[in-house]
Design a protein around this ligand. Structure first.
Ligand code: CUA
Length: 321
């Protein structure tokens, strides 16, 4: 309904309609009460104005019906807002299982995007129509915020950790991408375009160029170049744990805690290896802080994600996430 109003962005994602409906509900409730209260203030001021010098107001000691009404009606209205927005919030924060993943890195002042197939883009994002896309995002410097108005998507991008957002485009075309968090002199220039393409066009676009191979291939090369492979040997006989098929597992830590091997854990273990050390291994790994960029970290993570668990004979095959 919003797309017909001027100054209102069109709806370009599966959730946009619901976000707008909720927005207009809030707007309608606020407008109704603003008008009602302002109107009554003016009406009462005129109706009950002091008419002569020695006029005294009547003492009123309350009215139960009125008291109950102005407690119960706002209570139900706010509960509707609470449950509706909570439901929407959960849907917005949980990407569907079939979402394809794309990595985004924000830096002063650009967006860098990496597709698993190997394509890398700056301030442009090509995605297929009707396919849910999950963005795993981080920042190289300060806080940015990934904002695509037509998708009704806005998510902060933080240095030192990964945040996630997702959307399912429902319209082909070229849509604005903004940074929605003030991040320095050229914050206003940290903009780009999202290109939503027909799936076959997207496939054609993907096929054209990524000479350096997929992200996982590049990660694998880095894994050799940085000599990670010397300790993290696939056969498990190195000085560090084998990382084959480790992604998604719950592992024991040296301090007795447990950790799930996700993007955040892997990133931390590369930059601060001793922060959450895997049980049974000595604290000998050097930090790679300053030696790998955020893009390279994502490539390494993507490589580790893509390794297959070596199943021992007789063992049940590992469940992959
Ligand atoms: Cu990045 Cu504002």
């Amino acid at each position: 309904m919003g797309s017909r109003l001027p100054l209102f962005p069109e709806q370009g994602s599966a959730l946009a309609g619901e976000v707008d409906t909720f927005y207009f509900f809030m707007l309608a409730v606020s407008a109704f009460f603003s008008v009602l209260i302002a109107g009554l203030v003016i009406y009462f001021a005129v109706r009950y104005r002091r008419r002569s010098e020695n006029q005294r107001g009547e003492a009123i000691h309350g009215g139960m019906t009125l008291e109950i009404a102005w407690m119960v009606i706002p209570f139900f209205l706010t509960m509707i807002m609470f449950f509706w927005s909570a439901k929407l919030f959960v849907r917005i924060s949980r990407p569907p299982d079939d979402a394809m993943e794309i990595y985004a890195v924000g830096k002063q002042w650009m967006w860098k995007l990496q597709h698993k197939e190997g394509q890398r883009e700056i301030n442009e994002l090509h995605i297929p129509l009707g396919q849910a896309v999950r963005l795993k995002m981080t920042s190289e410097d300060v806080i940015h915020s990934f904002y695509v108005p037509v998708f009704r998507t806005k998510m902060d991008v933080l240095p030192g950790r990964y945040t996630t957002t997702w959307f399912k485009p429902t319209k082909t075309g070229k849509f604005h991408l903004f940074c929605a968090e003030y991040c320095g002199t050229k914050h206003s220039g940290m903009i780009g375009w999202v290109h939503v393409m027909e799936p076959n066009e997207y496939q054609a676009w993907l096929a054209g160029g990524a000479e350096e191979g997929t992200l996982a291939t590049r990660g694998s090369k880095l894994f050799q170049d940085l000599a990670c492979i010397n300790c993290h040997r696939p056969d498990g006989k190195g000085r560090g744990p084998s990382l084959e098929g480790l992604f998604g597992d719950r592992i024991d830590l040296e301090d007795g805690e447990k950790a799930v091997v996700d993007e955040g854990y892997l990133r931390e273990s590369i930059l601060s290896p001793q922060a959450r050390l895997a049980k049974g291994y000595p604290p000998i790994m050097p930090t790679f802080q300053g030696l790998v960029t955020e893009d390279q970290l994502l490539q390494l993570i993507e490589y580790i994600k893509n390794t297959e668990k070596k199943t021992k004979p007789g063992a049940a095959p590992a469940a992959k996430r």
